[in-house]
Design a protein around this ligand. Structure first.
Ligand code: AP5
Length: 221
């Protein structure tokens, strides 16, 4: 792939554990794009301990979506900021329902921009379970590992911070089931929304990180 496009604007759709964050980080590093991962942003907010953070944490720990108003404003400001507009971006975890997708279109319109492509990560249920049950994260720098596919050099400590790795609170089985339900109910309607606009591209998200990355580069050509 030769494209070095300063204005690539992508959305990643896919169920929990599909590898959106892993591939988002990699693609953004490859092309110098902005990685806007709403789950990471909200986890930071949840850790702040203020009233908004407490509410956000409570919703996330149950696998529910946070209110649209909160996330729309935040993402709207980011995607219209001159730096992000100049670099391009990958939106990972946003939009998650049709109202959020409409809010995104409106925000982009204010700066005369629009999405280039929406990549849907396709993965089977057993692989979702394997990826989520093996996910470990650094509590300090938030680097994501996997016990088999992407282990740290020293079990089970972060390569960068040396901190003991943890599981995400919302990776408990009952919460994952709820997150999958929410994905089916709220996010699935976006498939029609974006395919109607000719923006949807499917990505086979099975296989190794390298294999998926190669397919991703092809998919966004
Ligand atoms: P969020 O953090 O966005 O969670 P998610 O969408 O459920 O996605 P995950 O982070 O679980 O998975 P991923 O696809 O990024 O996979 P990863 O690359 O980590 O959202 C969390 C919560 O925040 C939501 O439930 C909601 O409450 C709230 N929220 C967020 N956005 C919101 C919004 N817009 N509106 C309202 N609420 C919102 O990979 C998973 C594991 O697999 C890792 O261990 C990784 O190392 C491993 N792995 C990755 N690729 C491979 C591979 N190819 N082979 C083997 N292992 C792999």
């Amino acid at each position: 792939m030769n494209r070095k496009d300063d204005h690539m604007r992508l959305v990643f759709l896919g169920p929990p554990g599909a590898g959106k964050g892993t591939q988002g980080a990699r693609l953004c590093e490859h092309f110098g794009l902005f990685h806007i991962a709403t789950g990471d942003i909200l986890r930071r907010s949840a850790g702040e301990g203020n009233p908004v953070g407490v509410r956000v944490k409570e919703l996330m720990d149950r696998g529910e979506l946070v209110p649209d108003e909160l996330i729309n404003e935040l993402v709207g400001q980011m995607v219209t900021s001159p730096t992000v507009a100049k670099k391009g971006f990958v939106l990972d975890g946003y939009p998650r329902n049709v109202p959020q997708a409409e809010a995104l279109d409106s925000a982009l319109e204010t700066v005369g921009a629009r999405l280039d492509r929406v990549v849907r990560f396709m993965i089977i249920g057993t692989e979702i379970a394997r990826r989520i049950s093996g996910r470990r994260v650094c509590p300090v720098c938030k680097t994501v590992y996997h016990v088999d596919a992407h282990p740290p050099k020293q079990k089970w400590f972060c390569d960068l911070e040396g901190a003991a790795l943890i599981q995400r609170p919302d990776d408990r089985e009952e919460t994952v089931l709820r997150r999958l339900e929410v994905y089916g109910q709220k996010t699935r309607p976006l498939f029609d929304f974006y395919s109607g606009k000719g923006l949807l591209t499917d990505l086979d998200a099975m296989g190794t990180e390298d294999e998926v990355f190669r397919r991703l580069l092809d998919a966004i050509k």
